[in-house]
Design a protein around this ligand. Structure first.
Ligand code: GLY
Length: 298
């Protein structure tokens, strides 16, 4: 998608103008946060009440092991930039109101990430969820019946939602700079159906993001499953063992069932890798960002 191309260009420009891997990954991620088509920053998913947007973001510098994250953060434009400020503090993760107050102290002004794109996505979701409960003549028999639990189409409910809502995935970038340092940045508005206060994989150390001296990894998809599998750290461990990033990504995705949507990008000493366990436009949607940044740095 052209959004990831623009992010990759920004990452490369940052490297070319003397920025390191961390700056490149962050600036690429900010481009995606500012693109309302993506589920991060402006355009982040609106939660079930129709007005709340809570965002998670993280950054990790592989050369130092430094990590910073925010969770359920409201009212800022670029959560990934706030995550960087957390990284520069003695803490690893700030959440909710505390994260927002920290952002204000750091100079981030109030910002409303709701825009026509995420509003339209929310309206489609609401329509789908309400349809069966509305009790009009056509759907009366379905009133009060939990059709989601009884979903029996060959295609899982989650996949159907993805088609209905577009592909509002988490965004992120991984980078390697000319000094061979690695970094990753990642940002999200959470899953499509999300309660107040829910936190996914993005700000969890080693779950949605990891970087070290041998590479960097970022994930997208079903956060709860990514946390349970500590996906980013497990892919990184494979890189550190000398596996090619593409092989490491494929290995991590091999055992993930299609009902659990997941995508991974990785960069390491031997090159880069990207993959997704679903077919369609999500497959490899991050590839541009990651590959271009890596090859330039070589
Ligand atoms: N992967 C994003 C989330 O589940 O929140």
């Amino acid at each position: 998608m052209d959004g990831t191309e623009a992010a990759a260009r920004k990452g490369i420009e940052t490297l070319k103008t003397g920025g390191g891997a961390l700056a490149a990954a962050l600036e690429a991620t900010v481009v995606l946060e500012d693109d309302p088509r993506f589920n991060a920053g402006t355009g982040a998913n609106i939660r079930l009440d129709g007005r709340t947007v809570q965002m998670d973001a993280a950054v990790m510098d592989g050369s130092t092991g430094d990590f910073g994250a925010v969770a359920a953060l409201e009212g800022v434009k670029n959560p990934a930039r706030v995550a960087l400020k957390v990284m520069e503090s003695p803490h690893l993760l700030l959440a909710g109101e505390g994260a927002q107050r920290f952002a204000r102290v750091m100079g981030f002004p109030p910002y409303d990430p709701i825009c026509p794109e995420n509003r339209a996505r929310f309206e489609r979701l609401k329509q789908l969820l309400a349809e069966a409960d509305r009790g009009n003549s056509e759907l009366e028999a379905w009133t009060g019946y939990d059709w989601r639990k009884a979903w029996n189409f060959p295609r899982p409910l989650k996949e159907a939602l993805v088609e209905l809502l577009g592909h509002p995935d988490t965004v992120g970038a991984v980078a390697r700079d000319a000094q061979g340092r690695y970094a990753a940045a990642i940002s999200t508005g959470g899953t499509s159906i999300t309660f107040y206060g829910r936190v996914g994989d993005v700000p969890i150390f080693g779950a949605g993001i990891y970087a070290g001296p041998r590479g960097a990894v970022a994930c997208t998809g079903h956060g709860e499953e990514i946390i349970k599998r500590l996906v980013a750290k497990s892919v990184y461990d494979d890189l550190a063992r000398g596996l090619h990033p593409q092989k490491a990504v494929d290995r991590a995705l091999r055992n993930v069932p299609p009902s659990v949507g997941m995508g991974i990008i990785a960069v390491g000493d031997l090159g880069d890798g990207a993959g997704c366990n679903l077919d369609g436009p999500r497959k490899g949607s991050y590839r541009g960002t990651q590959r271009m940044a890596w090859s330039l740095a070589r």
